[in-house]
Structures are given as C-alpha cells and as structure tokens.
Design a protein around this ligand. Structure first.
Ligand code: ATP
Ligand code: MG
Length: 621
C-alpha cells in the first residue's frame, strides 16, 4: 500500500473548515486508501450554458442548471448529471459514515407499494393528491413511496417478535415520490427526490435502549453531517406530534431564499419554526375602557379581514378573529380568538384545551348555530363550547370590531366585559393563553425583555419521535421480559439528500457561479489546459493529476479546445475549490498558476514539485 494514501483528503477538508472531526471521520481516516479520481472534461458531460431556466427564481436552481449539474425533464423531475452525482455521492458517504457510527444499518425497501399498506394508518386519505397512485396490470392499486413508515413497520412486524431484538435503527437512501402541489426551485422541492430515511424501534421511550437515546444520537449525527457538508445551519424545535414535549427537530440551513420561517431568541439561542415557537409572557386584562354602544354593520361579501376592517373604520389590529374548532373525542366546540392580524395555531389551542381538535365542519357548525365567517366570542353562550383567547386579544381597553353571530354582519365597539358578562370569570369555560403563531418582535419565551428575530431556512433534515402511531395502527408488538405483548415505540429521521446539495449552493456562491464546500465538491482541483493540443502541457497536467490523485485529491482536467475566457468563466461557474492553470506564462516562470475559487484575482505561480503540498496546505488553512 502506498504510504501517501494514509493522508486522505477528508482530513484536509475538515481542517479547512476549521472543524474538529467526528468519530466516523476518524474511523475512516484510519482505514481509507482511496485514490482520488481523474476525469477529462472532454470525456464527460458538463453542459454549461449562459442561459438560466425561465422558471428559476433561486440561486441553486439557476447555477446548478447553468453549470450543467441538473437538467429539467418535466416539472419537479430532474436529470442528475455526472457532476451532480459526484456531489450526491459525497453527501451520501458522509450520511452513511455518521449513521453507521451510531449503530444504524442500511437496507433498501421497495419504492413501489401496494395501496393496502396505507389503509390501516389512514394515510391513503391523509396524503391525498400528494401520493402518486397507479394501477397494475391486475387492476391492483399501487403507490410510489413518499416515505416508508408503513413499509418498514410491515417488514419489522414480520421479522421481530421479542424485546431481545430491540432496539434497532435502519435506514435507506432512495428516491421518493411526492406529487407536490408546487414543485419549485429546482432540487429544493422536486416531485422525485433522493431522501435518506431512517427508522428506529424500541420497547420504551426512556432509559437505556429507549427512543430518547437514539433520538439524541440522531440529533448529534445530523449535526455532524450538516457541519461536514460545510453548511451553516440551525436545529429548530418543530411540531411535537403525538408524544409532545420537544419531540421533533428540523435542521434548517440558514438562507434568505429558504421557504421556512424560523424564529430565534438572540440571547439564548432558542429557535423554533413558526408552527411550534412559543411566545414569552404578554400582559392582558379585560378591565374595561370606554367605548360607544355596540353597533351592527352590514358587511356582505367582503374580501378578507382587511376589507372588513376598512369598511368598519377599524384595522386588522383592532378586530377579533374567532375560529371554531370541534373536539375530536366529544361533541363540544372550542372557539379560539386572536387579533385580526394574527394567525391561530391549532397545536397550541389543542395543548390549552388538552383534547385533540379539528377545524369545525362548516355545515355541522352552522346547524349548531355558529354563523361561520361572522362568529364572535359571544357564540359560546348556550353551547357546549370553550373560549380560548390569545393575550393580545384579551385587552379590555381596545374598542374591538368583530363578527355579529349573524350572517353578513359585523359589530363595532365590542367591549369584552360589557358584551361577555360573568362568563369571562368562569375559568372552566374561558381561558387566556398563547394560541397564535409567533412573529418577529414577539417576546422571547426564554429571556425576559428580549424580542424574537426571524430568519429564513431550508429544511434539510427532520427528526421525529413517532411513538406508537404506526405500530399501534398496524398492530406491531413484541413480547417483553414478562412475556407480555408491548406495542413497539418508533422514531423516524429524514434527510433531503438532493435538497442538501441545493442548499450547499444557496449558501456558497457568488455572481460568477458555485463555490463548492471542499467536502462535497465534485472534484477538488480543476486543471485548466490553456493549450490542450500542446503535448508538453498535457504531459505536465497528467503528471500533476496523478500525484494529486495519489494524495486522495479528485481532479478534473479541462482539456477542451476552447478560448481561455470561456474556460475561466466555466471554471468559476462549476465552482471546483482549486484551479491550476497550465500555460506558457506560468511555465516560463517555473511552474503553474494556482488559485482558490473563493479568492479574487489571478492566483500564484507554484513550482511543479510543490503543487501537491501546496494543494494540501491550501486546504489545511
Ligand atoms: P417540506 O415541509 O419541505 O414539504 P416535509 O416536512 O414534508 O418537507 P419530510 O417528510 O420531513 O418533509 O421529509 C424529510 C426530508 O426530505 C425533508 O426534511 C426535506 O429535506 C426532504 N424533502 C421533503 N420533500 C421534498 C421535496 N419535495 N423535494 C426535495 N426534498 C424534499
Ligand atoms: Mg418535515
């Protein structure tokens, strides 16, 4: 074995990013003998173009298309060209190393599923049109897998019978299919995309071998993965789901072009997505201000709350919005009241009332006497209903406008104490609590006097404590120590692999093109031949490439017969981290020109013999 092979490039990539390496990296460092790859531009296909696709809105879509990494076949379906595949392979290698290091095993499940499998869990319906459905030659309904909870639970049910076989964590890397209503932004939201999905199985939530232990390991593995990919990211608390507590985290790449809104406390680092973010304490009081008498106004067919407010001489901020929910485990209703400019958060309302709830069925609610669209807090009177009011709406001094509980009418000068009376003091029917989506500027739930700030993110990963949701629906249990049947506890963990690649580009580019983070770059070094028909130049390039490859460096040689201007533009566009130019000028000066993609200007002349150490040293800095 060649000694030089014990200096794998990964070591340099991780020091380049000034980061400590993980156990998984160390394990590989000790064992790897990987030689770098060498490829010639003329023998592969990198169809660069000056034109951006007409539907491209975000940098990753524009640049991956222009740099010849992806090509659109149809909406949300992309060819992953050779350069893409090299990046994806590197991301997948990092994912595998980190997941294997926490004891997960890789497998591959079918992407084509019989529809019956979705019946017990109700997901055939829940997925709706997002599920790609097809019929086979025997007229049996099938689906293309959007995710694999059902399939893996079915497999485990047939393979595991005893607590002794648990815990276990399995993962796969596979193409997923979702008929997204709005495929957009190239690889960021496709209808066919590559996902790593992992599932863990346990007897308990707490304790050794429990779900929480694996969840924490996954959290760490995900942090390692995204850090090693060179991404700037924030793990945020996300919708808790059936288990409650902090049972779900999303890994968000910090990028202004991200679809997701994240709120963060600048003091404590607390971060959560809008659906989950708590709001700090807000003062409220029903103490009565002076207001004119209640006045009914005819407001037929008004377009939205702003329109109604204007018609009433109010603003959205002085309107009360009342949303009607029905309890799922009874025949009661929950009326949630927020200020007109705020959004009700269903999860928060559910937590306040302590029951599962759903938006009220309009027909049923109307029959019950709710003037849907015109409901006011007074609608709880005479009904089996609870009123939950957000603190910003629980303000006695404001002269509110709201619905009149009669179709096509609103009221002005609604006053909490005057209009509601004694029921306001009945704490079994009326509660004041945080029930709306948080916004930038809201008080932090973790630090007094500090305001939440908003940042945008791209969700590249999601970890989730499923609990017994799928195992109980599909009747998956094992025998415990006492030979009693126990429903299995599950966790699920996803990473958007193709989305991660796009997120790298969102994070790392300039006007001229992509700047790949070293760890996931398709090639580490691009050798540009100014005169590809000069045998001496070609010989130097080949020799350099070979010694770089020996040191674990992947090399692409631009041997195309093209003008230097075209080659340099393309070099910037495809974003290989280091460029070596072989031309007469540098050769006369005794070497080759060396330049990092991230550096401005022309680069330095480096003697041939020093190129390898120079490349490695450059990456080390
Ligand atoms: P989103 O909220 O963005 O639609 P999701 O919450 O539905 O995503 P999950 O079911 O949690 O996604 O899937 C796991 C991961 O797969 C996500 O964190 C994301 O990185 C990736 N992913 C999901 N949908 C897509 C898509 N249409 N295109 C590319 N990647 C996707
Ligand atoms: Mg998600």
């Amino acid at each position: 074995m060649d000694n030089r092979c014990f200096r794998p490039f990964s070591h340099y990539t991780c020091s380049l990013m000034n980061q400590t390496s993980t156990t998984a990296e160390h394990a590989r460092t000790a064992m790897t003998t990987r030689r770098g790859d060498i490829q010639y531009w003329s023998r592969t296909i990198i169809p660069t173009t000056r034109e951006a696709p007409s539907d491209a809105e975000v940098p990753s879509h524009v640049l991956l298309s222009r740099a010849g990494f992806i090509r659109k076949l149809a909406a949300g379906m992309y060819d992953l060209m050779p350069m893409s595949w090299r990046v994806l392979e590197k991301i997948m290698r990092i994912v595998r190393e980190e997941l294997n290091a926490i004891g997960s095993s890789e497998l591959l499940l079918p992407a084509l599923h019989p529809m019956e499998i979705y019946e017990a869990t109700g997901r055939a319906e829940a997925y709706g049109n997002d599920l790609f459905r097809l019929t086979d030659r025997h007229n049996r309904e099938c689906a293309l897998g959007p995710t694999h909870e059902e399939v893996i639970t079915e497999m485990m049910k047939g393979s595991v019978t005893s607590y002794k076989q648990l815990p276990v964590t399995l993962y796969q890397i596979q193409t997923k299919f979702r008929d997204e209503p709005r495929p957009r932004a190239g690889l960021l939201r496709g209808r066919e995309f590559i996902m790593k999905d992992a599932y863990s199985f346990h007897l308990t939530v707490e304790g050794k071998g429990g779900l929480n232990e694996t969840y924490d390991d996954m959290y760490q593995a995900y942090s390692n993965i995204f850090r090693r990919c060179g991404l700037d990211f924030t793990p945020v608390e996300a919708e808790a789901g059936p288990i409650g507590g902090s049972a779900s985290h999303e890994f968000m790449v910090n990028a202004d072009t991200g679809e997701d809104k994240v709120l963060r406390c600048p003091e404590t680092g607390y971060a959560a997505n809008v659906e989950k973010c708590e709001i700090g304490e807000r003062a409220w009081s029903f103490d009565r201000g002076t207001s004119a008498g209640l006045e009914k106004v005819h407001t037929p067919n008004m377009p939205g709350i702003e329109g109604v407010a204007e018609h009433l001489g109010a603003t959205a901020k002085t309107m009360l919005k009342t949303i009607v929910f029905e309890t799922k485990d009874g025949d009661g209703y929950v009326l949630a009241v927020v200020r007109g400019d705020h959004e009700v958060n269903e999860g928060k309302v559910r937590d306040v009332v302590g029951h599962p709830i759903a938006m009220a069925d309009e027909k049923k609610a109307k029959a019950e006497g709710f003037a849907i669209g015109y409901v006011s807090p007074r609608a709880i009177n005479g009904k089996n209903a609870t009123l939950v009011i957000d603190p910003d709406a629980a303000q006695g001094l404001i002269d509110w406008a709201t619905g009149s509980d009669e179709m096509d009418h609103h009221v002005k000068h609604f006053n909490w104490q005057r209009e509601m009376g004694d029921v306001l003091n009945d704490s079994s029917r009326v509660k004041v609590a945080d029930i709306r989506n948080a916004e930038a500027g809201d008080p932090s739930p973790r630090a007094k006097g500090v305001a939440l700030v908003e940042q945008r993110g791209i969700e590249v990963g999601h970890i989730f404590k499923l609990g017994a949701k799928y195992s109980s629906a599909m009747d998956f249990s094992v025998l415990d120590r006492e030979q009693k049947r126990q429903t299995v506890i599950m966790g699920c963990y996803g990473i958007g692999v193709t989305r991660t690649m796009a997120a790298c580009v969102e994070m790392s580019h300039d006007d001229a093109g992509i700047i790949w983070p070293v760890a996931v770059a398709p090639y580490h070094v691009l050798i540009v031949l100014m005169k590809p028909d000069n045998d001496e130049h070609v010989r130097i390039a080949t020799e350099l490439a070979s010694s770089l490859a020996d040191a674990g460096v992947d090399v692409l040689i631009d041997d195309r017969i093209e003008r230097p201007g075209v080659k340099f533009k393309d070099a910037d566009l495809i974003g290989i981290p280091a460029r070596i130019t072989i031309g007469d000028k540098a050769l006369e000066a005794g070497g080759v020109e060396f330049k990092l993609r991230s550096d401005e200007g022309k680069g330095d002349v480096v003697p041939h013999a020093d190129v390898v150490s120079h490349v490695l040293a450059m990456f080390e800095n």
